[in-house]
Design a binder for this molecule. Structure first.
Ligand code: PGA
Length: 248
């Protein structure tokens, strides 16, 4: 049985007081016991939230730098994250790729550092609109996975969750249909099968992300290869987020 996961990517949102009220609301929300709940707040709130959230909510980092320490002004290292008890990181989010120019090579380096230091990775992939419109999404996503992820061993892949997030669906309200999501998730699982084996492929959780909300989560999560969601906007509201988590 693959782990079901609902993860909230808070991005660069929420001021300190808003964080407190969201956490209070999350702490009194009911989450299903068979769904792993993760939240990814801004760096400045991580330490406080590892202590403030109820213990069935995992707190992870949206980003990190791949050097352990040193003269890297403005960066936060994987080792610093580990030192405050962070075990989960996002890698390859489309905003990191497009706005911060993170290349496939850099992402591969981050994946390696995270894995060898015991962090769990949610690796994001997904095609932009022009690629979807020219029906090249499968080649595009496969290349993203091949260049930054598929060099891992089967053992290392146990620390990885894949999030398929079509760029055109992120923050736009243009959610992928459940057919579009299932089609890509099935392809990803088939590539995992080809590259590794059936057992590995069946054990990797694949999340959908991109305008997933309380109204469409049920249909998306009903797809046999969708193992949960990476939620942006709808994760900033405890009622929506818990309703998404309860959509199975
Ligand atoms: P969204 O963001 O749910 O606001 O579309 C998802 C994401 O970027 O992870």
């Amino acid at each position: 049985m693959r782990q079901k996961i609902v993860a909230g990517n808070w991005k660069m949102n929420l001021q300190s007081e808003e964080v407190d009220s969201l956490v209070n609301a999350l702490n009194t929300s009911n989450f299903p016991s068979d769904v792993e709940i993760k939240i990814f707040p801004s760096f400045i709130y991580l330490d406080r939230l590892t202590k403030a959230v109820k213990n069935d909510i995992h707190v992870g980092a949206q980003n990190f730098f791949y050097e352990q320490k040193g003269a890297f002004t403005g960066e936060v290292s994987y080792a610093q994250l580990a030192s405050i008890g962070i075990k989960d990181v996002l890698i390859g989010h489309s905003e990191r790729r497009s706005i911060f120019h993170e290349s496939e090579l850099l992402l591969k380096e981050k994946v390696d550092v995270a894995i060898s230091n015991g962090l769990n990775v949610i690796f994001c992939c997904g095609e932009p609109l022009n690629i979807r419109e020219s029906n090249q999404q499968e080649d595009y996503v496969k290349k993203q996975l091949e260049e930054s992820l598929f060099h891992l061993t089967a053992e290392q892949l146990k620390q990885v969750v894949i999030a398929y997030e079509p760029v055109w669906a992120i923050g736009t309200g243009m959610t992928a249909t459940s057919d579009q999501a299932e089609e890509m998730h099935l392809s990803i699982r088939n590539w995992l099968k080809d590259k590794y084996n059936e057992e590995v492929a069946n054990n990797v959780s694949i999340l959908y992300g991109g305008s997933c909300n309380a109204s469409n989560a049920k249909e998306l999560f009903a797809c046999s290869n969708v193992d949960g969601g990476l939620i942006g906007g709808a994760a900033l509201d405890a009622a929506s987020f818990s309703s998404i988590a309860n959509s199975y």
